[in-house]
Design a protein around this ligand. Structure first.
Ligand code: HEC
Ligand code: HEC
Ligand code: HEC
Ligand code: HEC
Ligand code: HEC
Length: 172
């Protein structure tokens, strides 16, 4: 264990952790908030076999997996490029967002508290599949959280895979 890191941050961590348990909005298995536009992963990533990385471009390179801007959607939905789903109400709403240059305010589904550090690229580069933590997204019409993603979930898998388990790995 990294003794120095614990000395510095342990009391802060406990306070942050307790505050989180008391005051955070409930995030749980099954959480599937309403989005500004219902986005169908099954239709896009399943039926149309669009690669996850086409939209979540930064997932291999950085800690965060980016969510695509409407420009990415317009690669298929603008009239100029074939106009997929033309006339469907939600597609027309998408075009309106794009035309008015308004960002779509997607609501975060999986959300770790600020005192937890998570890094996508470190997992993807070790061959951990998206489905391990997110379930079979290509079969989901509306995305939802399927794993607890709580501390036990992370620590158990780290133990099984000889990944670092110091407190400072995930709390820094
Ligand atoms: C690689 C091509 C491609 C990209 C990129 C793409 N879509 Fe689609 N989308 C499609 C196709 C194909 C359909 C099905 C059209 C149909 O059935 O007529 C579709 C359908 C839809 C529909 C209609 C679904 C329904 O049930 O009414 C919505 C809404 C939609 N897409 C939103 C988006 C959004 C938002 C993005 C960007 C985050 C996006 N799409 C990116 C190809 C794409
Ligand atoms: C055509 C673009 C597109 C493709 C392809 C796509 N996604 Fe997404 N994804 C989105 C958009 C837009 C959102 C935000 C809306 C939502 O949460 O429904 C999202 C949200 C997510 C989220 C939830 C993010 C959060 O807020 O916690 C996960 C997890 C995810 N995608 C995983 C995947 C995986 C895994 C694949 C491949 C099997 C995939 N996505 C393919 C566009 C895409
Ligand atoms: C080891 C578990 C794990 C794996 C594997 C994983 N994710 Fe995630 N994902 C998470 C966690 C935890 C969060 C919440 C992170 C946060 O709130 O800081 C998250 C959040 C996201 C988000 C929301 C944006 C963000 O970074 O917070 C998207 C999009 C996403 N994941 C897509 C993917 C895709 C696509 C893959 C596969 C290429 C993938 N994830 C693999 C655990 C994982
Ligand atoms: C599928 C098993 C698995 C799960 C689930 C998992 N991890 Fe990991 N994690 C690993 C492996 C393996 C590594 C080591 C990567 C390496 O050595 O490059 C790692 C590395 C990390 C690192 C980077 C460590 C460093 O020193 O840079 C962080 C941070 C991390 N994980 C946090 C988390 C968090 C937070 C969660 C839960 C939300 C989680 N992990 C869930 C397997 C997992
Ligand atoms: C592999 C990643 C990982 C490691 C290692 C880890 N934690 Fe955590 N910890 C988490 C995650 C993820 C959460 C948030 C759980 C949630 O969202 O409910 C958390 C939450 C907490 C909380 C808040 C209370 C709670 O249970 O939600 C405290 C306190 C805490 N950790 C202390 C520690 C201490 C002390 C150590 C070292 C012995 C440690 N953690 C090691 C990932 C980790």
């Amino acid at each position: 264990m990294n003794v120095r890191a614990i000395k510095v941050s342990f009391p802060l961590l406990i306070v942050a952790g307790l505050a989180y348990l008391l005051f955070s909005p409930a995030k749980y298995v099954g959480y599937a908030p309403d989005q500004p536009i219902p986005f169908n992963h099954k239709l896009h990533a399943g039926d149309n076999k669009i690669d996850c990385r086409y939209c979540h471009t930064s997932v291999e390179k950085s800690a965060h997996a980016s969510v695509p801007p409407s420009a990415t959607c317009m690669n298929c939905h603008s009239e100029q490029y074939g106009g997929a789903g033309k006339g469907r109400p939600h597609v027309e709403i998408l075009k309106k967002y794009h035309k008015e240059d308004k960002p779509i305010q997607w609501i975060k589904v999986h959300d770790q508290p600020d005192f937890v550090y998570f890094n996508h690229s470190r997992h993807i580069s070790r061959g951990v599949d998206c489905s391990h933590c997110h379930g079979n997204v290509a079969e989901m019409e509306i995305i939802k959280q399927v794993e607890t993603l709580n501390m036990g979930y992370c620590v158990n898998c780290h133990r099984e895979n000889n990944a670092p388990n110091d407190c400072s790995t995930c709390h820094r």
